[in-house]
Design a protein around this ligand. Structure first.
Ligand SMILES: Cc1ncc(COP(=O)(O)O)c(C=O)c1O
Length: 397
């Protein structure tokens, strides 16, 4: 049979990273390439017990189709969780989604036509770049400094677009412990971005999976909170703060926007599994979520420190890296002449893997960058792996 593929599907290129990741599974390779939570944190016993209870007491609901915007119990749990973390949202500003990636996809479907500009940080989350590319968006990257997106560059890019009469459909931002850089946007920068976006009437999509995993300093107010819920759509997910396996997330936004999203979601998957929502709602009610989050923070803090200390010891002059105060990643910039994709084979030969930074750049730049993950490997692996990586980098300089 000759299948005629859609233009949309033809815009999807198989991620080079997926191919590269296969190499990282070679025995003996210490991998800083993935983005997985530490599985020792998963509250498996609790979930076994809750699952039995949910099936016994509410199996008729759990195994049934549910409302597209989510189970009432789960929505309520999410509202309360938000309040405890300084975020106010009403149930009509909220929809459950099948994790943040679905939220990104739905917002893309809602707001982007082929050729529409979407402005984003440079670098940014690969899954969003892939989703926006599939939609045919014109991605416009804006550089970052250690306080977040650069305001001078942002204003300049917006001026250029305005001169072309090309209005960006939204500004996509990851303010907290950004994937991939680990950088957190300062409060001043958040306020400046909100002011500029309001002035130019550009909605903001705030993607914030790492906000709760803060191991140094305070949690900063979200763009949602600072904006009073105006002009901002916020994506949340359970993936990093609890576990990714149930594919559960939620989205806040102005009521009209959320209604549109729910309409689209209906056509995509009818509803997010009620089974998963009822289990997690029960877990939230058990009060164990907070303790699990503390355990995650206590698990990742020493790992991040071990990585930073090892880098201080083993990485040569001329290499820059971020110093995240939360989240799961840090970012490394090598001198311009070093191509991290070329260097990757040598790293694997030295039994260490990272993720090449260039695909995180919507404009194809960043060939001298890489992302390192510290949440999954053990402290011992981090120390050994960073020493090897230091050697590989030295050999290139
Ligand atoms: C910034 C960002 N957004 C969204 C996602 C997707 O998460 P989820 O598992 O909720 O789909 C990730 C996952 O790594 C991420 O880093």
């Amino acid at each position: 049979m000759r299948y005629e593929y859609s233009e949309t599907s033809n815009r999807v290129v198989r991620s080079e990273i997926r191919e590269i990741l296969k190499l990282t599974r070679k025995p003996g390779v210490i991998s800083f390439a993935g983005g997985l939570p530490d599985a020792s944190l998963f509250p498996i016993e609790d979930i076994v017990e809750i699952t039995r209870r949910v099936l016994t007491e509410k199996g008729y609901l759990a195994l049934q189709y549910g409302p597209t915007d989510g189970e009432q119990e789960f929505k309520q749990a999410v509202v309360e969780f938000g309040e405890r973390n300084g975020e106010r949202v009403s149930p009509d500003q909220l929809t459950v989604i099948s994790s943040a990636q679905q939220g990104i996809d739905l917002l893309g479907m809602l707001l982007v036509d082929p050729g529409s500009p979407v402005v984003m940080e440079l670098p940014s989350y690969l899954g969003s770049i892939q989703a926006f590319r599939r939609l045919g968006a014109r991605m416009v990257g804006v550089g970052m400094d250690d306080e977040g997106i650069r305001m001078d560059e942002l204003a300049a890019r917006l001026d250029e677009l305005e001169a072309e009469n090309a209005r960006p459909r939204f500004l996509y931002l990851i303010p907290d412990f950004q994937n991939p850089t680990g950088i957190t946007m300062t409060v001043e920068r958040r306020e400046a971005v909100l002011e500029l976006a309001a002035e130019r009437q550009i909605p903001i999509v705030e993607d914030s999976p790492y906000r709760e995993i803060v191991f140094e300093g305070d949690r900063l107010p979200s763009l949602w909170t600072l904006s009073g819920g105006k002009g901002v759509i916020t994506l949340k997910t359970l993936s990093k703060m609890l576990f990714p396996g149930m594919r559960l997330g939620w989205m806040y936004g102005e009521h009209d926007v959320i209604e549109k999203v729910i309409g689209l979601k209906q056509s995509v998957d009818l509803c997010t599994p009620s089974f998963n929502q009822l289990i997690v709602a029960d877990y939230f009610r058990s009060g164990k979520m907070a303790a699990n989050l503390v355990a995650a923070i206590e698990c990742y803090r020493p790992k991040a420190k071990a990585m930073l200390d090892a880098m201080d010891r083993h990485f040569p002059e001329g290499v820059w890296w971020s110093r995240p105060r939360g989240g799961m990643f840090l970012w490394v910039r090598l001198p311009e002449r070093v191509d991290t994709k070329e260097m990757f084979v040598e790293a694997i030969e030295n039994r260490v893997a990272y993720i090449v930074g260039q695909p995180f750049h919507c404009d194809g730049s960043g060939t001298n960058t890489m992302r390192l993950n510290y949440s999954f490997p053990s402290v011992e692996q981090i120390e050994t792996g960073i020493e090897s990586l230091g050697k590989v980098i030295r050999s290139r300089l």
